[in-house]
Design a protein around this ligand. Structure first.
Ligand code: IMP
Ligand code: MG
Length: 182
């Protein structure tokens, strides 16, 4: 018998870590805070592809102020469950960020290298402010110094999938977030 809140996929066991209801509730809270903090500032939310697309879509629909949306695309994990340790830019942002309030939206911060890389992407531009939000933070796994301004959930150092996060490009469509059991 399959236990409740577990999935069996491709011979692996997925254990639910954050349910759809918990995600919805926390995203509403984050959206409320962002709406309050950016009232009358018309921020540009810049989603980091691919992982953040679902989070960003749900987040902005809970936001009740004028805002704009753009995307960047970077890659770090080379596939599998282990970070390659180096980051590549696959697509830069198109938005004119000069003088604008920019909020970068990530799915997860693990080593912190991606956040650092994204900070550098904005060096030389002149936004009125630059902040970072990540749905998930593996709080014990940082290998570089980085700062997040808004965090959805602190999670243990485990490989997670679902709600936009992938394992070899799959599982992004799962509605909850799951830990892949070793
Ligand atoms: P960092 O650069 O090590 O902080 O890793 C950040 C990026 O690696 C995230 O934006 C994800 O795309 C990916 N990543 C890190 N941890 C996980 C995970 O547990 N599951 C799926 N992707 C992950
Ligand atoms: Mg990501």
């Amino acid at each position: 018998m399959v236990e409740k809140n577990c999935l069996k996929r491709n011979g692996e066991k997925y254990v639910e870590l954050i349910s759809e209801e918990q995600l919805k509730k926390r995203i509403k809270e984050l959206a409320k805070k962002l709406s309050d903090d950016y009232r009358d500032k018309c921020p540009i939310f810049i989603g980091v592809l691919n992982g953040a697309f679902i989070f960003l879509a749900d987040l902005i629909r809970e936001i009740d102020i004028d805002c704009e949306v753009d995307f960047v695309k970077i890659s770090s994990y080379g596939g599998g469950r282990v970070s390659l340790g180096y980051i590549k830019s696959k697509k830069g942002f198109d938005a004119e960020v000069d003088g604008r309030h920019v909020v970068v939206v990530e799915d997860i911060a693990d080593s912190g290298r991606s956040i650092k890389f994204l900070e550098k992407m904005f060096a030389g531009t002149n936004p009125a402010s630059l902040k970072f939000v990540s749905l998930l933070l593996k709080e014990d796994n940082a290998v570089v110094d980085f700062k997040l301004d808004y965090v959805g959930f602190n999670i243990p150092t485990k490989f997670v999938v679902g709600y936009g996060l992938d394992y070899d490009q799959k599982d992004r469509n799962l509605r909850s977030i799951y830990v892949l059991e070793e």
